[in-house]
Design a protein around this ligand. Structure first.
Ligand code: ADP
Ligand code: ADP
Length: 225
């Protein structure tokens, strides 16, 4: 990002001149108080929002200036997971994951092979025929992770992925994210989880009032609670 500004329609300046470079295969925590601009920062990366000013390039694409027909190409290079999982309730676990490949028109044989492969990676192949409500929160998040990585994205964006999970389950999710990072995906994760940030040391980018106020390698959470 180069001097990125984001002003919402109502005039709120959510980001005010953010410049940062995140390299391939980094694992970065984004921290800061509520309302600081973390979600906006994440949304700009996965092109849910576009910058008001400045440049963003993700995996070689200038995503602020993308032509609409190019958006699917960029999206398939970016996996996203959320605090509230966002699985499709009427689809099985298998179908939730396979769907992400079907929308990019992957060949059926590949869809099946790869879907089972990622369900195995997250330890939920045996639950492939269950529905999301039949799974615990931690299991649902693992399905969401499987769905996010099924198309082999270069970047995984995680907006408070452990926000709804107990500490032990959260650590399981973190170990999985670390494994995915180890396998070659860049990970950008917004979090309020002080214990995780201070235990599993990574680069920490702190945002306050829409600006980056701290950027440390093997950093710490740096806020109370
Ligand atoms: P964080 O994720 O750190 O809590 P956000 O990026 O969600 O911060 O929000 C940054 C600022 O932008 C806040 O003041 C928030 O109220 C505002 N904001 C976020 N989304 C919108 C929106 N769609 N329209 C107007 N203001 C918004
Ligand atoms: P947690 O304590 O993590 O919230 P749960 O008590 O929700 O876990 O679930 C414990 C185990 O039982 C999990 O493996 C979950 O998949 C399974 N389970 C929970 N509810 C159902 C259900 N309605 N049908 C089938 N399996 C279920």
């Amino acid at each position: 990002m180069q001097d990125v500004w984001k002003t919402y329609k109502d005039g709120t300046d959510a980001l005010r001149g953010v410049s940062v470079r995140i390299d391939r295969n980094e694992f970065v925590y984004v921290v800061g108080p509520s309302g600081a601009g973390k979600s906006t920062f994440m949304k700009l990366i996965y092109r849910e929002e576009v910058p008001t000013k400045g440049q963003i390039s993700v995996n070689g694409f200038n995503i602020g200036k993308l032509k609409p027909r190019k958006i699917p190409y960029v999206r398939r290079n970016i996996g996203v997971i959320f605090q509230d999982f966002r699985l499709l309730p009427k689809l099985t676990i298998y179908e939730n994951v396979a769907f992400a490949m079907e929308v990019i028109e992957a060949p059926p044989r590949i869809v099946k092979k790869r879907t089972l492969e990622v369900l195995d990676l997250v330890g939920l192949k045996h639950k492939q025929n269950n529905y999301p409500t039949q799974l615990s929160g931690g299991e649902q998040q693992r399905v969401a992770i499987a769905r996010a990585i099924v198309n082999n994205p270069a970047v995984l964006v995680a907006d408070e992925p452990t926000g709804n999970l107990d500490p032990e389950t959260s650590m399981g999710i973190m170990n999985l994210l670390e494994e995915i990072n180890f396998r070659g995906s860049t990970i950008v994760m917004a979090t309020h989880n002080k214990d995780i940030v201070n235990t599993m040391r990574k680069r920490v980018i702190a945002i306050e009032g829409g600006q980056i106020v701290r950027d440390q390698l093997r950093g710490e959470y740096g806020y109370e609670i």
